[in-house]
Design a protein around this ligand. Sequence first.
Ligand SMILES: Cc1ncc(COP(=O)(O)O)c(C=O)c1O
Length: 394
Amino acid sequence: MSQFDFDQRLQRAATGAQKYDNRKALFGRDDVIPLWVADMDFACPSAVTAALQARAAHPIYGYHLFPDTLYQAIQAWYLKRFDWQINKTDLMMCPGVVPSIHACINALTEPGDGVIVQPPVYFPFFSAVTETGRKLIENPLLATENGYRMNLVSLAEQARHAKLFILCSPHNPVGRVWDEYELRALLAIAEQTGLVILSDEIHADLLLAQSQHTPLAKLAAPGQVITAISASKTFNIAGLNLSSLVVPDPAQKQAIDAEFKRWHVSAANPFSIVATEAAYRSGEAWLDALLDYVEQTRQQVCAFFAAQMPFIRITPIQGTYLLWLDCRALKMNDNALQNFWVQQAGVGLSPGSLFGTGGNGFMRMNLAAPRNMILQACQQMAEACEQLRYQQQS
Ligand SMILES: Cc1ncc(COP(=O)(O)O)c(C=O)c1O
């Protein structure tokens, strides 16, 4: 038996948790099983809590530096887990991945320049491009029988009219862990066209069923790839807002740094620093147990859907704790589909339409919660479908 109790139900309602306390505003009722926001309903590693408590015990929370030990913890983690040697001088501490995307766009492109994204994808990618006055170029993923793929043919053409490409690796919401062949093909396009790639690898640690994540930068030349990394998803500390960019090109690094300085924002928060360090130093056994737990949940959910709701197809995933459900057989528009799951099933999912082109008729379901809660949600969804079938027949 695992030494970690992922079955434990922790009360999150009325703690300010977005996933729980925003239900009324978003779904119109506050009793849905919330499987939407991409954080986990599991306690983070106990070493993280202990480090936070120890830091809190010192009653001065003034301006902070980033200690060498933080850099070392990040470097050691990536070397061990991905055989990726990150130079300290390439690492920039940032107050989150989404702000880093905005900073990179501002620093590396001009208003009107093309920025490519691959929908269906994490929706802040779109707003990061449009809100900074850049031109959004979409290269939709190809949905095949064997899962999603990048459309490298259209990308080769689009890359001629773009400065930056934002890769989601692994890909939220479709759960793809890109293989080395695809990543090398992407880099070949970047090399031919001068395209710079910003690789958002926030989900890199969340690998299911023996999948292997390859950091794109490991395969690339300096200047081709900037990588966004964070312990936030991995260890369920996203509310602490610390991430890093790996920027091997000094001129790019200087330009991005200037962006953050212009906004006068810093990631030097004493709590996020100790939490991240503790997670990387002491959280490995917890993470491995977590991944086993989520994978078992995924298998049970897939088996349940296959038996009870075979008309809803579950996209095979290799990474993330997010399932991408193809609900098009229900033949509902996106509003009706969302309403159906909320009102009839009492389950709060993320509508696929949020993730742009290719998302209509899909829903994203978060699996990172105690298994009996996830299975309860599945049961309620199956009952809602049964009810619908009954109504349609009568
Ligand atoms: C691909 C991706 N990037 C970034 C984020 C959020 O990063 P941050 O909270 O550090 O801004 C998420 C959260 O779901 C995500 O899925």
